[in-house]
Design a protein around this ligand. Structure first.
Ligand code: PMP
Length: 430
């Protein structure tokens, strides 16, 4: 069993300097018993090594971006090469044009694109653009979907589909919450009710086309088609938040997999190959609302920086090779099948949602298709599962709402080792 002495000592130091000891709250172990988060020393392919010298098979993949594994040689080379030519120019570069063209070819709905520095920025800006284009203020979003930490998307649901939201974070003004309606994912009836009530005030309907933020949850048949149809009937735009989903399941966005297009798309995570990035884009006439062509303002000193562009291009090169997603799917299926076998063998109350190389184990009997169902899964059991894994060498996100992400560097042997460890945890810790 692993000991984490140095991690624990470092976390004590961290708490005296970094607020809460972490630079993002999801990194704390608050939801899984409040232990000290493991301090990692280095990553290599599918593995992490912590400051105590323990090795982990990593399924966190930094919450999604590290799809080519840690320290991928091609990405390392691209960053090193670019850093010798300068890392930030504040001028146009050929790299950003080339990368923009790559994105456009893979995601044809991006008639125009802008690079920014995070998913938060990308989503926040798509909402501004939609508001500018429609001259409306309100948005509809879906319960349990996370869209970054800008004010407008940190608004919780009201008591019903015709109710406005309430702030979900201190510091979000009540007035902001009055511009947001939140309805359950996969519930067309509530969506239609909300649109019937607020339709002519809705600038945009914002949705993760495949949810990644209360585990992996696919839209039911016709859900996204109806969103498009009803939104457009009402003069509202449709925004897909593909920060997690783009290049996660296929070379391109979820919109390709699902054969449907939004008006605007927000991107982030994988497209930067692990460097800070975000992007947004969509229909040309809508994007032309943005400065310098239009009246909606968006800017960025670090936007389209050469390091992120070079890393992103290298990542696309790796992901564009034949067989990449087939292999992720193969390993994902092997992991899912193995987990299901263990769930049956040890009579664990759990179900799995999986798509290609991403999966979530929910400790519940029911198939999860919306946030309420994910919320109802057993958090105490997840906590015991998580802690059992981390002390035996498997690193997953410390939250029952997150997914396991496979990378191009995981192997069948890694999956076998993982399943053997899960069996130990099921036997001894649940
Ligand atoms: N949208 C989605 C769907 C996300 O999952 C996230 C981050 N988990 C964001 C937006 C925000 O991205 P970032 O953390 O890069 O600001």
């Amino acid at each position: 069993m692993y000991v984490h002495k140095k991690s624990e000592a470092l976390q004590k130091q961290a708490e005296d300097v970094i607020l809460g000891g972490v630079n993002s709250p999801s990194r704390s172990y608050k939801a899984v018993g409040n232990g000290a988060p493991i301090v990692m020393d280095r990553g290599e392919g599918a593995y992490f090594y912590d400051v105590d010298g323990n090795r982990y098979i990593d399924y966190l993949a930094a919450y999604g971006p590290i799809i080519t594994g840690h320290a991928h040689p091609r990405i390392h080379e691209a960053i090193t090469e670019q850093s010798s030519k300068g890392i930030l120019y504040g001028t146009p570069t050929e790299l950003e044009i080339e990368f923009g063209q790559k994105m456009q070819a893979a995601i044809p709905s991006l008639e125009r694109i802008r690079f920014v520095n995070s998913g938060t920025e990308a989503v926040m800006t798509t909402i501004r653009v939609a508001r500018a284009y429609t001259s409306r203020n309100k948005i509809i979003k879906f319960e349990g979907c996370y869209h970054g930490h800008s004010d407008l998307v940190l608004v919780a649901a009201g008591s019903g589909p015709s109710q406005l939201g309430t702030p979900d974070s201190a510091g979000v003004p009540k007035g902001v919450a009055e511009d947001v309606v939140t309805v359950p994912f996969n519930n067309l009836e509530d969506f239609r009710t909300a649109m019937a009530h607020f339709g002519d005030e809705i600038a945009a309907v914002l949705v993760e086309p495949i949810v990644g933020n209360f585990g992996i949850v696919e839209p039911m048949d016709g859900f996204l088609e109806e969103i498009n149809a009803v939104a457009h009937e009402n003069g509202s735009l449709v925004i897909y938040d593909e920060v997690i989903t783009a290049f996660r399941f296929t070379y391109g966005a979820a919109q390709k997999l699902l054969n449907i297009e939004p008006d605007l798309t927000a991107l982030g995570k994988i497209i930067g190959g692990g460097t800070p990035i975000g992007a947004y884009g969509g229909r040309k006439d809508i994007m032309e609302s943005v400065a310098p062509l239009g009246p909606a303002y968006q800017a960025g000193t670090m936007a389209g920086n050469p390091l992120s562009m070079a890393a992103g291009l290298a990542c696309m090169e790796v992901l564009g090779k034949p067989g990449v997603y087939e292999n992720l799917d193969h390993l994902g299926k092997m992991l899912e099948d193995g987990l299901l076998e263990l769930i049956q063998k040890y009579e664990v109350r759990a179900t799995i949602n999986r798509l290609v190389g991403a999966l979530t184990i929910y400790f519940t009997d029911e198939t999860v298709s919306n946030y309420t169902m994910a919320e109802a899964s057993d958090g105490e059991m997840f906590s015991r599962f998580f802690n059992g894994l981390i002390k035996r060498g498997i690193n997953i996100a410390p939250s029952k709402y997150e997914a396991w992400f496979l990378t191009t560097e995981h192997t069948e042997d890694d999956i076998k080792e993982t399943l053997a460890i899960v069996e130990e945890v099921f036997k001894n810790d649940l």
